[in-house]
Design a protein around this ligand. Structure first.
Ligand code: SF4
Ligand code: SF4
Length: 216
């Protein structure tokens, strides 16, 4: 999932300066989980903007804002309201904002209400964790499932560096050193030999941006 943080209310008001009629689109998936664009946050944003003199023409919270077909259907239901709006505020990730823009036939201005932070999984304690940077050349089979690209502060492919202290990272003492984690896991599995293999530099051509893959 994509982790988002809502922009501050001051930033949102500044973006919408001069726009009177606003349509708000949230996201029932990732942004709802992050509490940045689900039903409740869309309602709160609607109340806030109304108090600040804006007219809310409508609100929609589709299940997957960044799925083109679903966004298109969701927007079609509100075509009348969208036509009378000056602006659309999207409380979702950057993919969601761009998907709304691509499906928009109303020629409204589209504004992002959130900042996208990272792709994450949710652990057993409900913490959203960034553990993969989509580098295009995965090495998790050699590192016992700990990603050095993302979880080592320096992104070292051959670690640890000399800075780890009692298993903590020199760049952030609150974080476990990724390479000590890797070492401990390899030791547990009797695979410390893996560390003798020097990983070659990443092949940057395998993580070309923007990424495009045909959905099967
Ligand atoms: S090695 Fe690359 S693809 Fe594998 S988890 Fe790390 S960033 Fe993601
Ligand atoms: S201390 Fe560990 S996690 Fe931190 S930069 Fe060095 S190798 Fe990476």
């Amino acid at each position: 999932m994509i982790v988002t943080r809502q922009k501050t209310l001051e930033q949102i008001l500044k973006m919408l300066d001069g726009k009177k009629k606003i349509f708000i689109i949230g996201c029932g998936d990732c942004a709802a989980t992050c509490k940045t664009g689900g039903d409740e946050e869309v309602r709160q944003m609607s109340d806030f903007l109304t108090q600040r003199g804006k007219e809310i023409t409508g609100c929609a919270v589709p299940e997957d804002t960044c799925v083109s077909a679903k966004t298109k259907n969701a927007l079609a239901k509100f075509s009348v309201q969208l036509k009378t709006s000056d602006a659309v505020l999207v409380l979702a990730c950057g993919s969601g904002v761009q998907c709304v823009k691509e499906n928009d036939r109303t020629h409204c201005e589209i504004f992002p209400g959130c900042d996208s932070l990272f792709a994450a999984f949710i652990d057993k304690d409900n913490v959203l964790k960034e553990v993969c940077s989509a580098c295009g050349a995965c090495v998790l089979e050699l590192t016992e499932g700990v990603c050095p690209v993302t979880r080592c502060s320096k992104g070292l492919l051959n670690g640890p560096c000399g800075g780890q202290d009692k298993g903590k990272c020199e760049a952030d003492k609150t974080k476990d050193c990724a390479w000590i984690l890797i070492y401990n896991r390899l030791k547990e599995k009797g695979k410390v030999e893996n560390l003798k293999k020097t990983l070659p530099p990443k092949d940057a051509s395998r993580s070309k941006k923007p990424g495009i893959v045909l959905k099967k």
